[in-house]
Design a protein around this ligand. Sequence first.
Ligand code: FE2
Length: 291
Amino acid sequence: MLSSKQVEAYHRDGFLVIEGFATAEACADLRRRAVEIVHEWEPSGERTVFTTDEQERASTREFLSSGDTTWCFFEEEAFGPDGALRQPKELSINKIGHATHDLDPTFERFTYTPELAAIAHDLGLVDPLALQSMYIFKQPGIGGEVGCHQDATFLYTDPMSVTGFWFAIEDATLDNGCLWAAPGGHRTAGLRQVFKRAGAMTDDDGTLFEVLDTTPLPRPPDDLVPLPVPAGSLIVLHGLLPHWSGANRSPVSRHAYSVHCISAATDYPAWNWLQRRGAVPLRRLDTVSAP
Ligand code: FE2
């Protein structure tokens, strides 16, 4: 799939932009299904009105148990001071995560393709497992900032193997919150911190950050370069590459889909926040998806 120039660029920069990877039809299918999932999703009573404390507790629990489910997460700015949604549910969801690629046939079809498996192979990812997926809405007006981070902080393996495959489902622009990255930043310093479950393996235990390297992350936006791309583009991100995306204050959404893969040949510690509990096994990226 990739030329030696592209492979070289990925190892040099820590990211690779491939325009025209996904067809307009594949993007439209995934978008349609994502909107449908939100439409069908009924937040339980406690989810419609929140106090800040309740929201935090509920968010932690839902987040920590979402490794093998499909869950819809709200935008932080979705709620007014009275705890009620400011806009329709369909325009209030930040993302869908984190096992939808193994639970929904449309997501499965988009994810498990020979083309994506070939790219992972060309970039040197040995036996890639599709660990986690997110459909990110970056809603008009309230789409939240994603702070500068390295993906290996959140999906840690020994040795480091996490690789992000980020698909623009809609055009990603400077106005609606495209990705930004620090070219070569995966080589200039190590993994700054890891995000861990705080205690035993229950979903109420919360999480903590453990610092590994005090080198500051690049400061957005000045230390980063923007990666605006048209719909259908794939951006591959090295697990140590610092990247960021700003808030979306524009009237236009910026839908994206991301899949994070790890190598089956590495160790995935049990303290990672994201865990599968057996019912939904992890699959290799070259698994043939259902028709
Ligand atoms: Fe990321």
